[in-house]
Design a protein around this ligand. Structure first.
Ligand SMILES: O=P(O)(O)OC[C@@H](O)[C@H]1O[C@@H](OP(=O)(O)O)[C@@H](O)[C@@H](O)[C@@H]1O
Ligand SMILES: [Mg+2]
Ligand SMILES: [Zn+2]
Length: 177
């Protein structure tokens, strides 16, 4: 199975240091919806693994988060594609959960859902924690320059991290190579 796992904020949609707290604040990055739709139509299963500590912090609730994800699904469906499993971590940094990146719990959840191995599966993120989560379960870490990606580029990246400008460039690489 062709499985691609994406971080959400800074990869699919614009991110904000003030968190993305409403559907109105949830704005797709240029080309990201089209990229997901094209990948889906090319036979890729596109899953999402996203930290959402804003829930633990009380900035928004699960209903708002689900509305954001219904919006994502609707936009991709308008382009003839579909989004696979979306897994989120609702916890805060001090909650000691197993799902908050850089822990790989959400990646393991996605692998179990599809009954596939994670080795070599591309996990695309904009933060160092995304790349570390990938490395922890032998996924291929992939950094995009969108969101916090440019800032992350200044840090020490896991060996073998691939770097792309954005999700559209990743789709072009995966579909045409
Ligand atoms: O990039 P993903 O995983 O989809 O989601 C990141 C968001 O949950 C938020 O994560 C926060 O980090 P803390 O959770 O406060 O450490 C901050 O980086 C926010 O700017 C960001 O919007
Ligand atoms: Mg992110
Ligand atoms: Zn968690």
């Amino acid at each position: 199975m062709k499985l691609l796992i994406l971080d959400r904020d800074g990869v699919i949609n614009h991110d904000s240091d003030a968190y993305i707290k409403s559907v109105e604040e949830w704005l797709p990055l240029p080309g990201s919806i089209e990229a997901i739709a094209q990948l889906s139509k090319a036979g890729w299963t596109v899953a999402v693994a996203t930290n959402q500590s804003g829930i633990a912090r009380g900035y928004y609730d699960l209903a708002v988060l689900n509305a954001m994800h219904e919006r994502l699904r609707a936009l991709v469906a308008e382009q003839g594609g579909e989004v696979g499993l979306i897994v989120h971590c609702p916890h805060g940094p001090d909650d000691g959960c197993d799902c908050r990146k850089p822990k790989p719990g959400m990646l393991k959840t996605i692998a179990a859902h599809y009954d596939v191995a994670l080795a070599g599966v591309w996990f695309v993120g904009d933060s160092l924690g995304d790349l570390e989560a990938a490395k922890a379960v032998d996924c291929q870490p992939v950094l995009v320059r969108t969101g916090k990606g440019e800032k992350t580029l200044g840090k020490t990246l896991p060996v073998g991290t691939l770097i792309f400008d954005d999700l559209a460039a990743i789709a072009a690489e995966l579909i045409h190579n």
